[in-house]
Design a protein around this ligand. Sequence first.
Ligand SMILES: NC(=O)c1ccc[n+]([C@@H]2O[C@H](COP(=O)([O-])OP(=O)(O)OC[C@H]3O[C@@H](n4cnc5c(N)ncnc54)[C@H](O)[C@@H]3O)[C@@H](O)[C@H]2O)c1
Length: 253
Amino acid sequence: MVSRFEGRVAVVTGGVQGIGQGIALRLAAEGAAVVIGDLQDDDSTARRIVADGGRAAHVVMDVRRPGDWKRLVDEAVGGFGGVDVLGNVAGVTNTIGPDNVVELTEAGWNHVVDTDLKGVWLGMQAVIPRMLGGGGAIVNIASMAALKGLENLAAYSAAKGGVVSLTQQVAMEYSPRGIRVNCICPGTIDTPILAGITDEMRANFTDAHLIPRLGTPADIAAAAAFLLSDDASFCTGEILPVDGGWNTKGSAG
Ligand SMILES: NC(=O)c1ccc[n+]([C@@H]2O[C@H](COP(=O)([O-])OP(=O)(O)OC[C@H]3O[C@@H](n4cnc5c(N)ncnc54)[C@H](O)[C@@H]3O)[C@@H](O)[C@H]2O)c1
């Protein structure tokens, strides 16, 4: 494995499982010290990185809370000397009710939008002042729901669409000052977020891709590591679908 992140410090939210875990493990394998922020009090990803000879820490935090972001960044700065890259990964679907625009409750809207959009804003707000002067790179995880209409994902689509727009806006403002900001729109990725889907839904999600399988956290981690590395030094404000061809298949006439 190449070592594109040797000497760098990464903050990754949602790193206990799924896509965030995949990104944390990949960045650590390439030499980064990784500080994981997650709602779950479970430091197994950080312990796995340390057991493999890497450097990592776990902070129990909620991406919706500015004070929690301060603790997370303080851990990165105090423990490892700074923040060079941010993976804004933590996110939720509406698990507290329907996500149809008519049936959606205000609580459901707030749950999704506060986590998936406000959390991404707060993350960039917390790390960008630390990156100014030394430069940095940020990847925000959106969704194909930001790019096309998907059923029963009203609040989720609105939040992820906001992540796409915010990525471009922040890239506009901070790229000239040495901070690159990009966004990935994953296809359907086989993670615990899919717990509870039926076999039929799983088959439909698979069929939606031109590459006939679900994606893996490693698929997204490979793209995130590219965008966060110097290999992507001419990429900013990019919205990258990593979707097994879902977008292309969906647009075929
Ligand atoms: N899996 C997919 O098919 C898919 C597709 C497109 C986009 N995404 C996005 O990728 C990201 C990761 O998804 P995943 O499939 O790995 O989900 P997941 O549910 O497996 O993991 C999400 C992680 O985020 C953490 N988290 C949730 N709310 C949090 C909060 N308020 N503060 C801190 N941590 C919190 C959870 O504890 C968990 O560890 C999400 O933003 C999701 O919307 C996933």
